[in-house]
Structures are given as structure tokens and as C-alpha cells.
Write a protein of this length. Structure first.
Lengths: 293, 285
């Protein structure tokens, strides 16, 4: 054909187009498949050992050659204490950083701090771990405090950045309305701006918690040398944790321990999935209430 | 927008019976004495050398084309522009004789006395009641809170519409109701002056009329300065009218300046400046 719109090699071009589209779709499907496969295999191997005992009993330190490890309550409680303390440190600091950046900092300063937070967020957990080890553990001893401080360092940039994002969503007109009433700036921030962002702050905090709950590297340096297998909530000595339990039990020679490792991994995964989905649902609701859409 | 300024052709007829004649200016009490005010954003002037006096218990309208610095001007009067980092100003603004831009003046105290209503209704995402009560609580007016809330809503002609749903979110109100709520919020803290920055620009004619009536009823107690690009509105509500226009300099610079300031009737019937006449008769541009 020799018409105006005919192009040489049209069929080849169509083929390349299809191929490209197919590859991209395949890659996207692979991500979904990966998650599905991961959830399936952890659930399959860990599901069998998932029991009430796992959540409520502690590993017995008892007899020689007895496969009597029944539960990992100490790891669960330890993780709750460590992550709870880390949140208590990182959340208020992160909120304050975000308030500084959105309400007070000049544009250039804001850009600089935002960059610093992004760099901090990108620092590998093991580097944070060895840093806290040198700072708090060397010359002292391992402790829950040191571990939760390390986790807090990991959480901080995420909390600050996500709170900053929701603060930016608050329309400037409500700030102006408050200023025009003769309300001081600090009071405007506390009484007008922050209440509008509670949902977003909870979302950010939940995502940060979900992220650090599975962190292992910093805990190896700071909270891994256990003195007992009992449930403890005292952060002044090393506390057991879920990630460490997965690490240690999967390296044990006893196959029964492997099952426990899978089971506790399943517990951690369910927690993180639920936290993620819940946080996203909450974030959507918060966004809608702020923008009215 | 629901305004009708584009159809204005002839000088407006002003309903004479409604309008009492103003006493001579020297007998009016000054609220603001503005002298050679120049305001800049990022070094670029938005308004240059504006000088005028604003009088107590009158409604003063600021009219002029878009971009002539009307909003910039009123936002100087309660130091709202301080919140914009690149803003700077020269000249003086005296409020009852006191320089509001002096170093020892807290802008929070200025805004406490000089309230503001904005172009778009901006209620807090709180209940109707709390929208009014918040300013009262912050400013220590906690005695008889319920009574003060009711009084403010009544003055803003909103009480009857909302008295049964004070605890509901203010965001559920219509645009006109929200704007009246914002007026109620501004007058609840008993300011001396209320600045209105195109308060009716996002409202329909009925809501606009109710807000104009409000100003008329409330001016015994307050001094109003209203920015509007709707000339009929200025003619209806204002005692004094200031006309701002855009001046162009070399290299494409443009800024707003005050062309004429006089009694509203004079501005609309016998303007002293050709530019004012062109604008009020619709020959502008």
C-alpha cells in the first residue's frame, strides 16, 4: 500500500509495543505474586505451630534433649516493650520536627531539613545498630533502652516526614482564620492545626511501628544477650524480641524450633499486614475529611 | 462568580433616602491614619505610597480592578502579611494614634483588636459552637460563654438557622451560612475594626445581600473596611470609598496605588479623577 498514512514495518512496531506492555504487566504481576507466595509459605509452615501456647508460654530452660520449647511470650512482650519505648521517643520528637518544618522554618531551611531526614531514612539499620552500640552499649551493657533508642532512630525520619505531609494538607486558610482572631501562633498550631491531623499522625506512627517491629540488625548489637527466658518488661537489661527469636530459632539444630520460628514469623507478618492496611484505611479517611472529597 | 460588575454601564443611582449625609471629615473620629504605605512581596511593590484615613463607625470600601493591591492593603491593617516571609513594608499605619508596625507592638495584639473575614469562608473543622467559642476561650472571655456565642450568632443573623445544631460540624453549613459564621466568629471577640476581604465573592446574591444588611446593622458598634470588586456592593454598603488602580512603570513593573478617596456618593456620581470615572462607569480596560 502506498497511501499517506501507511508506515513501513507497522506489524513489527505493533509487536514491540505489545511485548513492552506485556513485560511491564508481568513485572507488576510478579510483585503481587511474590507477596502472595511469601504470605502463603509463611502461613503454611508457621500455621501448624500457631497456638495459644505460643503467645502465652515461655521457652522452658529445662531438660537436656527435651523438645519442650512451647511458647515465645517473652519475645512478644519484649518486642512490645522495645517498640513501645521507641515510639514514645520517636513520635513526639517527629511531630515537633514536622511542626518546625511546616509552621516555622523558612523555605530553604525546610528543604535542607527534609533532605537530612531523607538521608537519615536511608541509613541501613545495621549502621544505626553499630552506632548505638558504640554510643550506649560499649562500656555499659546491652539494654532494652539502647535497643529502643536504635529503633527510635530508625522511626524518627519516617514519623517526621509523614506528619509533615499531613500538616501540609491542612489548608492555610484555617491558620489565617485563627491568627485573625488574635490567637498566638503556638495556640493556633496546637488547637487548630494539630487536631485536624490526628488521623494522619496515627497513620504515620502505625506505618513506622510496622517498619521497625521486624528490624533485627540493631537488636543484635543492643539487646541479644539474654540472662533468662522469662517474660520481662524491664528495659534496663537485654530483652528478647520477635525478630531475634526468628533468627535464633531458625538456626537451632532442633526441627521443633524451626516450626516455632515460622510460627512467630507468621505472627509478626500478620501484625505488620494488619497495621499497614489499617493505617492506609485511616489515612484515606483523614484525607477525605481534610479535603472534603 | 455571581457578581454582575461586567454589565455596569452608567454611573449608579444611589438610593438617597437610605443614606445619611456624612459630617465633614475633620469631625469624624480617625481609626486608621495611613501614611505613604508601600508594601512589597519579595522586593516587588504591590502597592505604593498609599495615604488615607479610615473613620470610626463607617463602612469604608476599597474598590479597584484585580491586581491593584486591595487585599494587600487591608492585610497590612492587621499585620496579616507578616505571615508571608517575603513581605516587607514602608510608611506608617497609625491605629488610634499608635504605630501598629512598631517593634514593641505584638501582631497578635493588633489582630485581637482588628478582626478579619476572608474571601472564602474558612470555618474551623469544629462544631458551629466551637467555631465561635474558640476565639472567646483563647482571649479569656470565658464568662457566659453560651450567651456570648448566642449573641454573636444573633448579630450575624445566623442564630435561628443553627440554634438546634450547634454541636454539628460547621463544614455542613452552606457557603453563605459559613461566611456569616466567620463574621460571627470575628465579632464575637469584640474587635474594634472588622476587615472584610471580598467577603461575598464566593456567595450567591441572596447570601451577599444578607451579609450587606449585616454590615449596615452592625456599623454602630464596629468600623468596617470592605474590599470588593463589585461596585454595586460598594455603592450599597459603603460610606467612604477608596478607588485603587494599577500603575505601570518601566520594564513591565506594575503596582497598585490609591487614585481617589471620598464619600461613596461623590466617587460614584462626581468622581474627581478620569480613571475613577472610567472605572465606575464601566469604561475601564
Amino acid at each position: 500500500m502506498d497511501t499517506l498514512l501507511s508506515v513501513a514495518g507497522l506489524s513489527r512496531r505493533r509487536l514491540v509495543n505489545r511485548l513492552m506492555e506485556g513485560l511491564a504487566t508481568l513485572a507488576a504481576a510478579a510483585a503481587v505474586a511474590l507477596l502472595a507466595f511469601l504470605v502463603y509459605s509463611v502461613a503454611k509452615r508457621g500455621g501448624g505451630s500457631l497456638s495459644w501456647d505460643l503467645l502465652t508460654k515461655t521457652p522452658s530452660t529445662g531438660g537436656f534433649l527435651t523438645s519442650s520449647n512451647t511458647g515465645l511470650a517473652n519475645a512478644i512482650v519484649g518486642s512490645l516493650v522495645l517498640v513501645g519505648l521507641a515510639t514514645a521517643m520517636a513520635l513526639p520528637t517527629g511531630i515537633l520536627i514536622a511542626i518546625y518544618l511546616t509552621e516555622y522554618a523558612r523555605p530553604r531551611v525546610r528543604a535542607f531539613f527534609s533532605l537530612v531526614l531523607d538521608v537519615l531514612a536511608g541509613i541501613p539499620a545495621i549502621v544505626i545498630g553499630v552506632f548505638v552500640f558504640g554510643l550506649l552499649v560499649v562500656g555499659h551493657a546491652q539494654s532494652g533502652w539502647a535497643a529502643s533508642f536504635a529503633l527510635a532512630c530508625l522511626m524518627l525520619p519516617f514519623v517526621a516526614r509523614s506528619v509533615q505531609e499531613v500538616l501540609l494538607l491542612v489548608p492555610n486558610s484555617t491558620r489565617e482564620a485563627s491568627h485573625a482572631l488574635g490567637v498566638p501562633k503556638w495556640r493556633t498550631t496546637l488547637s487548630v492545626v494539630l487536631p485536624q491531623t490526628v488521623g494522619g499522625i496515627i497513620t504515620g506512627a502505625t506505618l513506622a511501628v510496622a517498619r521497625v517491629a521486624g528490624e533485627t540488625a540493631p537488636l543484635l548489637f543492643t539487646s541479644s544477650l539474654l540472662t533468662s527466658n522469662d517474660v520481662s518488661t524491664n528495659p534496663s537489661h537485654a530483652l528478647f524480641s520477635i525478630p531475634l527469636a526468628i533468627f535464633e530459632y531458625s538456626e537451632s539444630p532442633d526441627p521443633h524450633d524451626h516450626e516455632l520460628a515460622w510460627a512467630i514469623a507468621l505472627v509478626l507478618m500478620i501484625f505488620i499486614l494488619v497495621a499497614n492496611l489499617g493505617a492506609r484505611a485511616l489515612a484515606g479517611r483523614n484525607r477525605r475529611s481534610l479535603t472534603g472529597r | 462568580m455571581s457578581t454582575t460588575e461586567s454589565v455596569t454601564i452608567a454611573p449608579m443611582r444611589i438610593d438617597a433616602p437610605q443614606r445619611q449625609t456624612l459630617p465633614p471629615r475633620e469631625r469624624l473620629e480617625q481609626v486608621f491614619d495611613i501614611d505613604e504605605l508601600t508594601a512589597r512581596y519579595g522586593g516587588r511593590p504591590a502597592i505604593k505610597s498609599v495615604s488615607l484615613d479610615i473613620y470610626k463607625n463607617l463602612v469604608t470600601a476599597i474598590i479597584g480592578p484585580s491586581g491593584c493591591g486591595k487585599s494587600t492593603f487591608v492585610r497590612c491593617l492587621n499585620r496579616m502579611n507578616d505571615l508571608i516571609p517575603s513581605f516587607s513594608m514602608e510608611g506608617s499605619i497609625r491605629y488610634h494614634g499608635q504605630d501598629i508596625c512598631a517593634d514593641d507592638i505584638d501582631p497578635v495584639a493588633v489582630r485581637r483588636r482588628i478582626g478579619m473575614v476572608f474571601q472564602r469562608p474558612n470555618p474551623f473543622p469544629k462544631s458551629i459552637y466551637d467555631n465561635i467559642a474558640f476565639g472567646l476561650k483563647v482571649n479569656g472571655m470565658k464568662d457566659n460563654l453560651d450567651g456570648r456565642v448566642e449573641a454573636a450568632l444573633t448579630k450575624a443573623a445566623l442564630w435561628d438557622e443553627v440554634k438546634d445544631r450547634l454541636k454539628e460540624s460547621a463544614l455542613g453549613l452552606s457557603g453563605g451560612q459559613q461566611q456569616r459564621l466567620c463574621i460571627a466568629r470575628a465579632i464575637a471577640v469584640e474587635p474594634d475594626v472588622v476587615l472584610l476581604d471580598e467577603p461575598a465573592s464566593s456567595l450567591d446574591p441572596i447570601a451577599t445581600a444578607s451579609i450587606e444588611d449585616l454590615m449596615h446593622d452592625l456599623k454602630q458598634d464596629y468600623t468596617f473596611v470592605i474590599v470588593t470588586h463589585n461596585m454595586q456592593q460598594a455603592a450599597r454598603v459603603a460610606d467612604m470609598t477608596a478607588f485603587f488602580s494599577i500603575s505601570r512603570g518601566a520594564e513591565g513593573q506594575r503596582w497598585g496605588e490609591l487614585v481617589e478617596y471620598d464619600a461613596t456618593e461623590k466617587i460614584f456620581t462626581q468622581p474627581g479623577d478620569k480613571r475613577t470615572e472610567d472605572y465606575v462607569t464601566g469604561r475601564f480596560g
